[in-house]
Design a protein around this ligand. Structure first.
Ligand code: GUN
Length: 302
């Protein structure tokens, strides 16, 4: 039985590792053939501890692949105008390929304004209106948002390349995950039900679906009896839980019970999380190619 359970676990960590390996190879070829060195500039405002951890993790993995990066740490009370000024500078900097503003931002700064000041060709998070709008229309953006791109990759790796006709429920409608991922799944010819905190009978809606994707951050919310036998469960929820003196990360699914019914499930941690970083690094490499008008199949393998 243990072996049967193990086969259901989607090893995002391992899949992300393979992607990062290929990105690393691409970075090497880009350097040797074109003398171009991909660089990611991250803007971190204030001292939110999770945001600090996330940007450090991004920098650590970038470095492993030979991608240059810099974290621009700005004080919490910095003005919106100064942030926009820095983004303008980075937009114009020829050595900067990716620009990422770590979210959330404090109230006195408009996230919409800040994000949409980023050059869409440097928008490695895929959050600008230009990139989002293209996804909405079913056109190719320069960049897909990292977590949604990672989820589509995982779904294709367990279900085969063709997702057409599958019934999926998206729990959560955030701008960084729920909305873009919903449209990306529509573009894959899936039948998508988008739900949120006002949705009625969420459990019954979930029970009918081939795929359940949840990104709300409500630990253990999705119970085994919400899940159809054999359904694919993708857990994007992540919350810290202090148990004794240890910190645990927990997802939106009641993992221990749901895994008995699921066809496949992503663990937390080690599922979607590592894919997000892999996709960011992939997008940074892609940005270096786009900005330099390079179309090289040896480098861009995805
Ligand atoms: N905050 C939470 N997720 C993300 C993300 O994917 N990108 C950025 N920039 N900030 C985030």
């Amino acid at each position: 039985l243990g072996d049967k359970i193990n086969k259901k676990i989607i090893n995002g960590k391992k899949i992300a590792k393979d992607i990062k390996k290929n990105v690393g190879k691409g970075v090497l070829i880009l350097a040797e053939k074109y003398k171009i060195f991909p660089r990611l500039d991250m803007i971190l405002i204030g001292d939110n501890s999770e945001s600090t951890l996330y940007t450090r993790a991004k920098r650590k993995y970038a470095k492993k692949l030979g991608i240059k990066s810099k974290i621009h740490r700005l004080p919490a009370d910095i003005s919106e105008k100064q942030v926009l000024g820095l983004i303008d500078e980075l937009n114009d900097a020829p050595d900067t390929h990716g620009i990422l503003v770590q979210l959330p931002l404090s109230q006195h700064i408009s996230a919409q304004k800040v994000i949409d000041t980023i050059d869409p060709k440097k928008d490695v998070d895929g959050f600008t209106v230009y990139n989002m709008g293209n996804i909405f229309l079913g056109y190719k953006p320069y960049f897909y948002p990292c977590t949604p791109q990672g989820v589509i990759y995982l779904l294709k790796s367990v279900l085969g390349g063709d997702l057409s006709g599958l019934d999926v429920i998206m729990v959560g409608r955030s701008n960084i995950v729920g909305k873009p991922l919903s449209y990306m799944m529509i573009n894959e010819n899936m039948t998508v039900t988008v739900t949120h905190s006002y949705t009625k009978n969420l459990n019954e809606l979930c029970r009918e679906k081939d795929v359940i994707v949840s990104a709300v951050g409500n630990p253990g919310m999705i119970k085994a009896d919400w899940v159809k036998e054999g359904a694919v469960c993708i857990d994007i929820g992540i919350k810290r839980r202090d148990i004794g003196d240890k910190v645990h990360l927990v997802g939106d699914f009641d993992y221990e019970e749901v895994i008995k019914k699921a066809g496949f499930i992503t663990p937390v941690p080690g599922g979607v999380g590592p894919m997000t970083i892999a996709m960011l690094l992939l997008n940074t490499l892609k940005a270096a190619l786009i900005l330099n008008d390079i179309n090289d199949q040896d480098i861009m393998v995805y």
